[in-house]
Design a binder for this molecule. Structure first.
Ligand SMILES: [Zn+2]
Length: 268
């Protein structure tokens, strides 16, 4: 059986409270031997680290999701730096910009939008700084904000690296990321009937420049689409990715695991 890693899972969510042990057993049975639990705020970072302390196969990314940035303290750097020192904190994130639900889409004003974006940008910059200081790489979340996200990472491209997770953009945008030496990762969307654009992006990504992830509990691949997603389903994602790359599962396993160890040096 080929081995794969789930490089982006939200194991600290309540979705897994009832059957957490079974979720890990099913992951291992499917050949998924390492899981990175991605934080969405500082409490979530602490929960991810607690899971990592308890379970050998779990590692953590510590950070603050842009969708929660409005609730962030003015400066998270000191606490984040401290969390990043943990031996199983393998990355900063997820961090970035998310313009999917702007205040103006819910009755707010243009000024509300500007303030909302400003808070996200400030929160993102702090995390890029901590990544650069601590030598960790970043898990980047962007939604409907590619240009601003790409502009904001420019001062940091030599100081840290990022993976644009759940990549779903054009091949042209993919090339811009790869030119920086940064990476992308692909979720279950790659298996969706309407996911041809994602499969085109996978086809255009060199075998050694991407990782696999579930983003669970979201985005369960076919045939589980619409159900709760879990790390075991990286198996289905890997099967589609191998078809698109016209390579064997063993080749895909070797390439994506090597890329993950290179990108997350504290992943052991
Ligand atoms: Zn996520």
């Amino acid at each position: 059986m080929s081995i794969f890693y789930d490089t982006h899972a939200h194991l600290d969510y309540d979705d897994y409270k009832a059957d957490f042990a079974d979720v890990l057993v099913r992951a291992q049975a499917a050949g998924i031997t390492k899981i990175i639990s991605i934080a969405t705020d500082l409490d979530s970072s602490r929960r991810a680290l607690a899971l990592a302390e308890k379970h050998e196969m779990i590692f953590a990314a510590v950070g603050w999701h842009p969708g929660n940035a409005h609730a962030a303290p003015a400066d998270i750097r000191a606490e984040l730096r401290e969390l990043a020192r943990h031996p199983k904190a393998v990355a900063i994130g997820e961090c970035g910009l998310d313009y999917y639900r702007l205040p103006s889409s819910q009755g707010g004003s243009a000024e509300d939008d500007a303030r909302y974006k400003q808070k996200q940008a400030e929160n993102f910059r702090q995390q890029l700084e901590v990544a650069a200081e601590t030598g960790l790489n970043c898990v980047i979340h962007q939604r409907r904000s590619f240009d601003d996200t790409f502009a904001q990472i420019q001062p940091f491209t030599q100081k840290t690296r990022g993976v644009f997770h759940c990549f779903g953009e054009s091949v042209e945008r993919l090339q811009k990321i790869l030119e920086l030496g940064w990476l992308v990762s692909y979720t279950g969307i790659v298996t969706f009937k309407n996911g041809q654009n994602i499969r085109d992006a996978v086809a255009a990504t060199p075998l050694d420049r991407f990782m696999l992830e579930t983003d669970c509990p979201y985005l369960a691949p076919v045939p589980y689409r619409g159900k709760r997603c879990e790390p075991a389903f990286v198996k289905e994602i890997s099967e589609t990715a191998a078809q698109v790359k016209r390579c064997s599962l063993d080749e895909l396993s070797a390439a994506t695991c090597r890329t993950a160890h290179d990108f997350f040096p504290k992943l052991t």
